[in-house]
Design a protein around this ligand. Structure first.
Ligand SMILES: [Zn+2]
Length: 167
């Protein structure tokens, strides 16, 4: 298995490597997506290396941990002499047939993931990607530490390859 990865890397370095990329993504866009291998955000959105920042977790959800990563990333950008603010886009990308729906009846797993009491879990809409995107976009738009960043939400259909804007 590892040999295949190393072989793939040699081919990448020989044919597609670009040494001129910067830490700042050229599309000033951050995508939050699920780690399902069918829905690699850069691939399904037709992006090239260096164009997007991608944060992935189970379900592509805006969890307390994910929020802290975004806030930390903003500080990293400021440390590099820039910012993540006006002119930047955060896109929440959820998808149909997401595996997180398989544990939607497991509050003991989901409550700590979302940092919520079990009674508040229905509000995060684990079983419905469109409602989940709407929820997560609202959380991001309400986060004062991310003020100035435009936030939108998409749902990717694993049966067609197409995304639909939701919010
Ligand atoms: Zn998923």
């Amino acid at each position: 298995m590892l040999d295949a990865l190393l072989d793939g890397n040699r081919k990448f370095a020989a044919t597609r490597f670009r040494g001129d990329l910067t830490m700042r993504p050229s599309r000033t866009t951050i995508v939050i997506g699920c780690l399902d291998p069918r829905v690699d955000p850069a691939v399904v959105l037709g992006a090239e290396q260096g164009q997007l920042v991608v944060l992935r977790n189970v379900g592509g959800r805006v969890t307390p941990h994910l929020l802290e990563e975004l806030v930390l990333l903003r500080q990293v950008a400021r440390g590099a002499g820039g910012d993540i603010g006006a002119g930047w886009e955060v896109v929440v990308l959820h998808h149909t047939q997401c595996g997180i729906t398989l544990i939607q009846d497991r509050p003991e797993l989901l409550a700590p993931y979302f940092g919520l009491d079990e009674r508040d879990l229905p509000g995060v809409s684990v079983g419905d990607p469109r409602a989940a995107v709407t929820h997560d976009v609202a959380v991001l738009r309400g986060e004062t530490r991310l003020a100035g960043i435009h936030v939108s939400g998409l749902v990717y259909d694993v049966t067609t390859g197409l995304v639909q804007p939701v919010i």
